[in-house]
Design a protein around this ligand. Structure first.
Ligand SMILES: [Zn+2]
Length: 282
């Protein structure tokens, strides 16, 4: 009865048919029907929609999120196709030896030149919860979860003080998200672009800007984590900095405009006091 009611409601709203039909659909006909309906509806709203899609992409955001099916990037940000470049894996990890993630970041930063990178964790994350169990989830998953166990160790003092397990898990979700945002800052490709765009006439702010956010599947809310980036980057900088801001002379040479660029104040003046990463926050 419940199934019939669900299907009837879905039909009445003319929405794509959901799980009950999909589960029984051996050829997954449902998704192709949904696809044809979607194409019809988009063209009805905007006849040039797919012509525009065919002409290429220039997304403004690289989204790094969890594979969890409840966290669809475009949908929860209210953005359309073509607006978000997406990388997802279990518990939104940014690991320096993960060639897939590193390639995504490289392409997004160097080729698409995205001005924003959003790292999104989410409450009720199965990966984070699994990492809090003293259980072998067997490779390769257990190797992957080890990275989150390391984040727990780095923040053990704070986490162990939280007696409520759910609250402790939620906090680890946030700390894991922050740690992955720091990992984005650690990459050479991001540092290089930030040094290049620091004080640039071409860009309104240093790019890419990094945002650590958490999504709550239970409420639908997406919130930005409260981070003192300056303080955090000053701590990370001495260890992880790979690039120094270029001198005025080097900048002039690169831009091929000796007079004007060399006359501009060097972008590195406040460096010694504030620390490189603090100044590059943008
Ligand atoms: Zn998750």
């Amino acid at each position: 009865m419940k199934l019939l009611l669900t299907l009837a409601s879905a039909a009445a709203l003319s929405a794509p048919t959901r799980l009950p039909a999909l589960a029984a659909d051996k050829q997954l006909k449902t998704i192709f029907e949904n696809n044809r309906r979607w194409v019809r509806e988009e063209v009805k709203k905007d006849k040039d929609y797919f012509n525009r899609m065919a002409s290429g992409q220039s997304p403004q955001i690289l989204w790094i999120g969890c594979s969890d099916s409840r966290v669809p990037a475009n949908r929860i940000m209210g953005l359309d196709a073509g607006e978000v470049f997406v990388a997802r894996n279990v518990a939104n990890q940014v690991i320096g030896t993960d060639m897939s993630m590193m390639s995504v970041i490289q392409y997004a930063v160097n080729v698409l030149k995205v001005p924003h990178i959003v790292i999104c964790g989410h409450y009720d994350c199965g990966g984070v919860k699994a990492s809090m169990e003293n259980v072998d989830h067997v490779p390769p998953l257990e190797n992957w979860l080890r990275n989150i166990r390391d984040t727990y160790r780095l923040n053990r003092q704070e986490l162990d003080r939280i007696s409520d397990k759910d609250q402790r898990t939620r906090r680890l979700v946030e700390l894991n998200t922050l740690e992955q945002a720091f990992a984005v800052f650690k990459t050479g490709v991001v540092q290089r672009r930030r040094v290049q765009t620091y004080g640039s006439d071409q860009e309104p702010y240093t790019q890419p800007r990094i945002h650590a956010v958490v999504f709550d599947p239970g409420t639908g809310e997406l919130k930005e984590l409260n981070v003192n980036w300056k303080q955090e980057l000053d701590k990370l900088g001495p260890i992880y900095n790979l690039y120094a801001p270029e001198t005025a002379e080097a900048r002039a040479e690169r831009l091929g405009d000796g007079g004007a660029a060399a006359a501009a104040p060097p972008p590195v003046e406040p460096a010694k006091k504030k620390g490189l990463w603090g100044r590059l926050r943008g």
